[in-house]
Design a protein around this ligand. Sequence first.
Ligand code: SF4
Length: 289
Amino acid sequence: MQEHEVSAPPLAQQFAIVEDYYGPRIAWVFGNQNQGGVCPYRRAGLCHHCDIGDGEGREFTTPMNRNRLRWFMEHDRKLLPQLAHLVVYNSGSVLNPRELSPEVLLDICDQTDAMPDLRVLSLDTRESYLNKDRLSQLVNRLPKQVCVRPILGLESADDEIRDGRLEKRMPRSAICRGLDAVADAALQASSGDIGLDANVLIGGPGVAADRAAMDAVDTARWLLYQCGQRSLSLDLNLHPYYPSRRGLARFPSHPRCSWQHVQQSVRMIVDLEEFRNSRPGLFIGWQDE
Ligand code: SF4
């Protein structure tokens, strides 16, 4: 494919519109501009449950991602006027300038003019790229009513699971530094708003079946506490574990999370005092986002 050709995402990453806490939601997947088109953590052999970091088998450039943006604008043009929540992925960290050029991100912000009902722009990223100035720049580029929410793939607040079994290399100190940066940006925001989305994995590798719900609840509680301390608005994305290609190779006998554990987790999370006090959005994503 020529660099300047309009490029559609792979079929498996063309997500349908769904309804969430804010209204109609869609996810757009861009290409990764890091070496080989692969997430740097994936390149380093980390994050063992994730296939997404493998990218699309080619290194993207700024023009290629601009073409991808044109493709989405054309493909979803009938949906744009009703869209409330836009989620942006790039097989890695959207806020890492080496993985997605800042120009493309600003172009995405500018295209939200075609989305009059948009309330939330969520950006998938690692904790190390949570930067106050970067977030402030984005929120200032967006219409007033749009909230910028980085998505942090925490998965589990249990260090043994997150950094041990899954090898995410996401130490607690770095997460807290990232949360501080988002909270600082939120404090400074002159227009719009800034919050945080966080991913919680239910029943992932390293979690015994009888601990599946409890680990998710502990993780949600930790996030609610940390964001509460920083007066930071939090939404939770619950992801019941499914064996990805890499997950299957690394943890061949670890089963998919059962529906019963999903129900149990949701029931216990919405019953948390911290949840009832702050009433965050709650989204349950299967492998189809
Ligand atoms: S979980 Fe995120 S950081 Fe880790 S490999 Fe996947 S895309 Fe990269």
